[in-house]
Design a protein. Structure first.
Length: 309
């Protein structure tokens, strides 16, 4: 769990019960040695978050940058999934043709860690975007440009948009971490966020280890995972449920390990956002729904009804 899309308010809501001596969760955590040892660090991180919000002008600037980061993050993840599923669909369509293997090679070139890229920190995503752009030579670009999608773009255009979103994330993250000339207090806000994320990831790991022996700790872990999954869903939807969502940052290398293949489910992912662009239906194992959209321009010999070969 990276907690990168949490607002300051959401962070305080998570750890608030743990710094309240009268709250049941605090009592549970204090009763187990391994979690009790982390409580002073939780309290320090919680207080640092509160202290970071006392400068109103800097808080507004940080929230604005976080909102822009959330938009770029959503565009980045949509581009990643569209590219992944587009290439994998063509691998299946041309499974008996040498070109099918080439589609797989390109997918592995663009996704060295699989779809875990959607869990990467902002700086990691930016670095990967620059690397992808350098790896796309003329031959790869020609292959991607020959794959049309239902939204009138080619897969090459999707990859270019994906790369731009990743690079934009890096620019915004650097801006957010850099104090403004007239306000040197901005760095403590980023430090407070990152410190909170570090201690929460540590607590999460301890809860996973101790949960099987302590059902009350397991229930606290379940709450954390429910909150994280819901905030991730809202971030991908752009906060369209009417709530004010201003996601935060990730730490380099703190992203959760992502799925290695298309069959692995993504937390909170309904599978429709990026796949809608591809026109793929997800009922059962069928890929029939929109392969016609993907099949535009493909050799006539290709049987677009997968499963009836």
């Amino acid at each position: 769990m990276a907690y990168r899309n949490f607002t300051i308010a959401q962070m305080l809501d998570v750890t608030g019960p743990w710094v309240d001596d009268s709250h049941p969760e605090r009592t549970v955590l204090a009763g187990v040695a391994t979690t009790a040892a982390l409580l002073p660090h939780v309290a320090a991180a919680h207080e640092a978050l509160i202290g970071s919000q006392r400068d109103d002008a800097e808080r507004v600037r940080q929230e604005h940058l976080s909102g822009m980061l959330a938009e770029s993050d959503a565009d980045h993840d949509d581009g990643a999934r569209t590219t992944w599923f587009g290439l994998q669909t063509h691998e299946h369509l041309f499974a008996r043709d040498p070109v099918g293997a080439r589609y797989r090679q390109i997918r592995e070139l663009l996704f060295p860690a699989g779809l875990a890229i959607v869990q990467a920190s902002y700086r990691e995503a930016a670095g990967q975007a620059r690397l992808r752009a350098a790896l796309i030579d003329d031959e790869v670009a020609e292959i991607l440009a020959a794959i049309p999608l239902a939204d009138a773009r080619t897969l090459l255009e999707v990859v270019q948009d994906w790369n731009r979103a990743g690079e934009r994330m890096g620019e915004l993250e650097r801006e957010r971490a850099t104090p403004t000339p007239d306000n040197p207090k901005s760095r403590p806000i980023v430090a407070a966020r990152n410190g909170w994320i570090r201690i929460l990831n540590t607590m999460h790991g301890v809860l996973e280890l101790e949960g099987p022996e302590h059902p009350a700790l397991a229930r606290i872990l379940e709450r954390l995972e429910r909150v994280d999954a819901e905030i991730e869903r809202r971030a991908r939807r752009g906060g369209d449920d009417g709530e004010d969502e201003t996601p935060g940052d990730g730490l380099p290398g703190d992203g959760a390990e992502g799925p290695g293949d298309v069959g692995d489910a993504l937390p909170g992912d309904d599978g429709q956002g990026s796949l809608g662009a591809l026109g793929i239906g997800l009922a059962g194992d069928e890929l029939q729904g929109g392969l016609g959209a993907l099949g535009a321009g493909l050799p006539e010999a290709v049987n677009l009804t997968v499963g009836n070969e």
